[in-house]
Design a protein around this ligand. Structure first.
Ligand code: B4P
Length: 194
């Protein structure tokens, strides 16, 4: 098991299509490491629930299965990463989702003298993704919306797989297993990270 300490903070990104279990695994992994799980999807849903200016801006975009624009997300992530608890490491779930966001993340971390230790790609067959998401029954979980979100994933987020593989950061994990077995596979994949 990997462990986080102030001198060896672990900064990990979970990458995967909607419904692959990023949020589920981010919570488990972050708890094990003693670092925060930072979910941009959850932050946006909280903003929508609170009807904050950010929530009002992103509500319709999320409901349509589209991505919130990169500039808005950069502000959200920059602010969250500056918080004290994120200095000891983090598990980032749902960010980056575009190559521009990956560049922003590098810039934010580089500016603080930090870097990512690993990017875990959670792989799940498409039919299983649709079943899981429809079972979850969130506001953005209708069949049309999930199909749109998958299309957006293939077009805008999948290029990140090659981006991080080229940088030697990518670890592939089979997400089509029980939640416990996926967690174990992620821990195994992170041995030696950082
Ligand atoms: P997210 O909140 O990131 O939503 P997600 O990709 O659907 O969820 P995740 O992969 O975390 O799946 P989960 O663990 O819930 O994004 C929502 C929206 O926010 C986006 O569409 C976009 O509009 C916006 N957004 C967020 N970040 C953005 C960014 N950076 N840029 C622009 N826009 C952004 O798991 C799914 C279900 O499967 C659950 O019910 C779970 O219980 C189940 N499950 C999990 N693991 C399982 C397993 N191993 N076996 C069986 N079931 C499992």
């Amino acid at each position: 098991m990997v462990a986080a300490s102030p001198s060896s903070a672990l900064r990990i990104v979970l990458l995967g299509p909607p419904g692959s279990g990023k949020g589920t695994q981010a919570e488990i992994l972050a708890q094990g490491l003693g670092v925060p799980a930072i979910s941009t999807g959850q932050m946006l849903r909280d903003a929508v629930a609170a009807a904050s200016p950010l929530g009002l801006k992103v509500n319709e975009i999320m409901a349509a299965g589209e991505l919130v624009d990169d500039e808005t997300m950069a502000d959200v992530v920059r602010e969250r990463m500056a918080a004290d608890d994120a200095q000891k490491g983090f598990v980032l779930d749902g960010y980056p989702r575009t190559l521009a966001q990956a560049a922003t993340l590098q810039e934010i971390l580089g500016g603080a003298g930090q870097r990512l230790e690993a990017v875990v790609q959670i792989d799940v067959p498409e039919g299983e993704l649709v079943n899981r998401v429809l079972g979850r029954q969130r506001a953005d979980d209708t069949e049309d919306v999930i199909r749109q979100r998958l299309a957006v994933y293939h077009e805008q987020t999948e290029p990140l797989v090659a981006f991080y593989r080229e940088r030697g950061l990518l670890r592939d994990v089979d997400g089509h297993q029980s939640i416990e077995d996926v967690s174990k596979s992620i821990r195994d994949a992170l041995v030696g990270a950082g």
